[in-house]
Design a protein around this ligand. Structure first.
Ligand SMILES: Cc1cc2nc3c(=O)[nH]c(=O)nc-3n(C[C@H](O)[C@H](O)[C@H](O)COP(=O)(O)OP(=O)(O)OC[C@H]3O[C@@H](n4cnc5c(N)ncnc54)[C@H](O)[C@@H]3O)c2cc1C
Length: 338
């Protein structure tokens, strides 16, 4: 491959890298994305945009719930722009603690439909189709290659790949839960190496099981991938992608309980690894010298994609971003390495 030059290089074509690239492309920038094209966490995900029920599960405060709600509110416009279809059927909490969940949601400012605990904020998309749409919204195809190292140049960054090099004035690192690339500055390497991997297992059933996302504390069932998805485990500190039979059984039983049926059979299991910071929010924004991060959205990469895209694009353009940019700032003092 001959060397490629552009304004902005993005390493990583998960939801974060592609959301940043889509936002920058919409703003008229010349962007190139590099990714070898292997299955990533974004492709494995259930595709729930779930500010309300994620708030319940994580026991967040009102400020964090507002951030998640505001992030979700960016989705309809973003989806229209990049041609992602949103399934806006309200998700439902069917756990045994439904009344308690409804109370928590109302206290956090979410509107809960009377009767069944349904919230209009929590919608879903098909992750594989959405990744495809994000790629299709770019002016140039993703460069199917592995970035091996980066180095600063007189006017930007040089990314060495297996096949050549990509040069840009600014660089966005969106490499998921992988280790820091050689050549990044020491402080950035420390930040990236501080991202904790969390392996997660999800199952696919070929037949539809529910018309909407159904959630509880032990599992969820979501329409998706031409049938239904059952998730998901959280194995902290693990990058192991091997499905665990015990976890499979536990999730299947919990899914059956949510649906009021026997445990679904013939489930095909797979896993992905999410990256997480100590405070649970991504690293999104500039770290200096034309270098920007879009990493570690924990369980909410899809939910946070448009917000991260906007914050990183604003950082690249050197303009102030919205009220939540400080909470995502990679150099926020509340992070151990900040
Ligand atoms: C089972 C499961 C279910 C989930 N369900 C949901 C959900 O319903 N809703 C939700 O919001 N979130 C969900 N998540 C979380 C979500 O999937 C993640 O937060 C999100 O995918 C992380 O996106 P990312 O872009 O940071 O990383 P990734 O999707 O991992 O993408 C990183 C990319 O960087 C590339 N890369 C790494 N190193 C290099 C290199 N050196 N050169 C080139 N490319 C490189 C990789 O190939 C990869 O494609 C789920 C996660 C799992 C595991």
């Amino acid at each position: 491959m001959a060397d490629i030059s552009c304004d902005i290089v993005v390493i990583g074509a998960g939801v974060l890298g592609l959301s940043v690239a889509a936002e920058l492309t919409a703003r008229g920038h010349d962007v190139r994305v590099i990714d070898p094209g292997r299955t990533n966490a974004s492709a494995v995900a259930a595709g729930m945009i779930a500010p309300a029920f994620e708030s319940v599960l994580d026991g967040v405060n009102a400020e964090r719930a507002l951030l998640l709600r505001d992030a979700a509110a960016l989705w309809p416009d973003f989806a229209r722009r990049v041609r992602i279809r949103l399934d806006e059927t309200p998700a439902e909490w069917r756990g045994a603690d439904a009344e308690e969940a409804a109370e928590t949601l109302r206290a956090l400012g979410f509107e809960v439909e009377p009767g069944a605990v349904r919230v209009a904020t929590d919608v879903r998309l098909n992750a594989a189709a959405a990744l495809y749409a994000l790629k299709a919204s770019l002016t140039s195809p993703v460069i199917k290659d592995h970035a091996e190292a980066v180095e600063p140049t007189a006017d930007g960054w040089r990314v060495s790949t297996t096949e050549g090099a990509v040069l840009g004035n600014q660089l966005v690192v969106a490499t998921g839960a992988y280790a820091a690339l050689p050549g990044l500055p020491g402080g950035t390497t420390t930040l990236i190496d501080g991202v904790q991997p969390i392996a997660g297992q999800i199952g696919r059933v070929a037949a539809p099981l529910s018309d909407r996302v159904v959630r509880g504390r032990e599992a969820y069932v979501a329409p998706g991938a031409g049938g239904a998805l059952i998730g998901a485990t959280m194995v902290f500190g693990s990058r192991d992608l091997t499905p665990d039979p015990e976890a499979s059984e536990r999730l299947a039983t919990a899914a059956g309980a949510l649906l009021g049926t026997d445990a679904p059979a013939d489930i095909e299991w797979r896993a992905g690894v999410r990256g997480a910071t100590p405070d649970g929010l991504p690293l999104a924004g500039p770290v200096g010298d034309g270098l920007h991060l879009a990493l570690a959205p924990r369980r909410n990469g899809w939910l946070l994609g448009p917000l991260v895209g906007r914050v990183v694009a604003d950082g690249i353009e050197g303009r102030p971003s919205g009220p939540h940019a400080a909470a995502l700032d990679p150099l926020r003092p509340t992070l151990p390495a900040g």
